[in-house]
Design a binder for this molecule. Structure first.
Ligand code: SF4
Ligand code: SF4
Ligand code: SF4
Length: 327
């Protein structure tokens, strides 16, 4: 369990360092059960930091998003480090970004936060429709405690946790430079039950399932933009020349958008669930990601984001590979 007071102390020390430009963590949101990303530039801003079951955001997305060159003419690049608070799943994104050389290890300070699960906004909003402002939450013993306008209430965590947390096998950060914790016990196991119904269908049924889901996609790009592993400077989904996928929102282009993204993330998705969390039309993107994750795990015995020294899946090769799929 993480000691939030100690975490704040570490954060204060970290932002006071001359070689750190800012720290990214979470603060209380302004409505309902929401937290918000918090950029801490000076020690006084540390007081607003929180770490609670509301801290859903995978902040590793910012490491590749906000620091992009070019630097405005006449300005020097700021080469100081960025400090980042990470849960277990978030830490897998940092590990894989490092493996892919998205940035250098010396450009980031990782503050580890062992995690007992974050809530699914949709579940809690359905359970407590009369939500007000500034609802806070804390972890209990296998429960989540909400401080609602009507008073404190405690619910079993299974009722309100995000789906990814119910099967989480890595709640403790896999990479950290600092942290204030005792490791939390791993409670999840993963038999990919969520993709079994899809696998049970024949190809026509699967196609019909996804055609139906993709038809409602409004191509807002939120899933791509929030993804910590979607950080190519020249993304196939944006390219105009050659244009692989047009801007038209129709079943053909939507399908091309989703399949391109899924295959670009095969062996790279770290299962943080952010894409599905932000989708405004509730497309079950994790079903697609996790089907590929399962295939990669079963066929290549590989899980991304566990080892900063590991090679990326698609850059590794076994000389004794049977290659019996090649005719
Ligand atoms: S998947 Fe694991 S580490 Fe990530 S938020 Fe859920 S419990 Fe925490
Ligand atoms: S977030 Fe949802 S609606 Fe937006 S592009 Fe992705 S799948 Fe489509
Ligand atoms: S595809 Fe979704 S679950 Fe996978 S890393 Fe990206 S945001 Fe996370």
């Amino acid at each position: 369990m993480v000691d939030v007071a100690k975490l704040k102390e570490i954060a204060r020390e970290t932002v006071s360092r001359d070689d750190v430009k800012y720290l990214i963590g979470w603060r209380q949101g302004t409505f309902g059960f929401r937290a918000a990303p918090h950029f801490v530039n000076k020690p006084e801003d540390v007081d607003q930091l929180i770490f609670s079951p509301l801290c859903s955001h995978n902040l590793a997305t910012y490491l590749t998003g906000v620091e992009k060159l070019p630097v405005p003419r006449g300005q020097e690049a700021d080469s100081r480090k960025v400090a980042l608070m990470v849960k277990g799943c978030d830490s897998r994104a940092v590990v894989l970004q490092l493996v892919e050389q998205g940035y250098g290890r010396d450009s980031v300070v990782v503050i580890g936060c062992p995690c007992q699960g974050v809530v699914d906004q949709k579940k809690v909003e359905a359970k407590y429709p009369d939500m007000g402002e500034n609802i806070t939450a804390e972890w209990g013993e296998k429960t989540i405690i909400f401080n609602l306008p009507s008073g404190k209430t405690e619910v079993p965590r299974e009722e309100v946790l995000a789906g990814k947390c119910l099967t989480c096998r890595y709640p403790n950060p896999l990479l950290a430079d600092a942290g204030a914790w005792e490791e939390v016990a791993v409670w999840g196991s993963d038999d990919y039950a969520d993709v079994q119904d899809l696998e049970a269908g024949n190809p026509q049924e699967r196609r019909a399932f996804w055609e139906d889901k993709f038809a409602s996609c409004i191509r807002c790009y939120a899933c791509r933009n929030v993804c910590p592993m979607c950080y190519c400077e020249d993304c196939i989904l944006d390219r105009l020349n050659p244009q692989w996928i047009t801007r038209a929102v129709n079943p053909t282009e939507n399908t091309a958008f989703h399949l391109s993204r899924a295959f670009h993330l095969a062996g790279r998705c770290i299962e943080c669930g952010e894409c599905e969390r932000v989708c405004p039309v509730d497309i079950p993107l994790m079903k697609l990601n996790r089907k590929l994750t399962k295939e990669v795990r079963e066929n290549y015995d590989y899980e991304p984001g566990l080892d900063p020294e590991a090679k990326p899946l698609q850059a590794s090769y076994r000389p004794n590979d049977k290659e019996d799929f090649i005719l």
